[in-house]
Design a protein around this ligand. Structure first.
Ligand code: TTP
Length: 197
């Protein structure tokens, strides 16, 4: 049986796979996450997820399947990654409040045995309430926004900012589990293969 390898340092992605009792190894890709200004978000997340999976797949044996993922927030043709400081986090949150944005997660599965890969992405619509400055300032001061695309975590205190979503919740948290299963199934596999008894 192939070993399932998660090419990610994200604790969220790890937790989501653990919830499903998937047996996997973690190997961080350590790539630089840069993207071209003006690029389409679906292209960006698939490209970055590919870079992560490919970096790990190159250093792993044949009997593995490597999963890379990347999440960004898109608002009015602008892509928001992770904020680099509190000030940037606050300005991202101000750009998101009172309107709808989309969260994109791209996934790439690499199969080193025959150097092939397969990609997909998922998009979820998120509505952030028209919350006051004071709430956003408090939220930034909690530190939670710092390692998250769009400067919020829907699964944490950021839940106080989001009034509605449409689509896959897990995609917002960083891994579209249903899409992942569909993508694995298109290769004749299933996440169920890698779960404990
Ligand atoms: C919008 C949103 C993002 N996020 C997170 C998911 C991702 O971990 C992160 C976006 O950064 P990513 O670059 O996708 O992932 P990462 O840097 O955490 O991990 P790695 O590159 O090693 O795989 O934002 C949340 O946890 N909750 C949310 O509501």
């Amino acid at each position: 049986m192939e070993t399932f390898v998660l090419a990610s340092g994200s604790p969220r992605r790890r937790e989501l796979l653990e919830r499903l009792q998937v047996k996997f190894r973690v190997q961080e890709a350590g790539i630089v996450e840069s993207f071209v200004e003006g690029a389409a978000p679906d292209r960006v997340v698939m490209e970055l997820s590919w870079r992560k999976a490919d970096a790990v797949a190159k250093n792993i044996g044949d009997r593995a399947v490597v999963l890379g993922a990347d999440t960004v927030v898109a608002v009015e043709n602008k892509i928001l990654g992770k904020p680099s400081n509190g000030e940037e986090a606050l300005s991202m949150l101000k750009a998101l409040r009172g309107r709808i944005h989309h969260v994109y997660t791209g996934i790439t599965l690499c199969f080193p045995v025959n150097t092939t890969y397969i990609q997909a992405y998922e998009r979820t619509e998120v509505s952030m309430a028209m919350v006051p400055d004071e709430l956003l300032e408090w939220y930034v001061a909690t530190g939670e926004p710092m390692d998250k695309a769009g400067a919020y975590g829907i699964q944490g205190k950021g839940a106080l900012l989001v009034d509605r979503i449409q689509g896959d919740y897990w995609n917002v948290v960083g891994l579209p589990l249903y899409k992942l299963e569909q993508t694995l199934q298109s290769t004749g596999r299933s996440l169920r293969w890698y779960m404990g008894a």
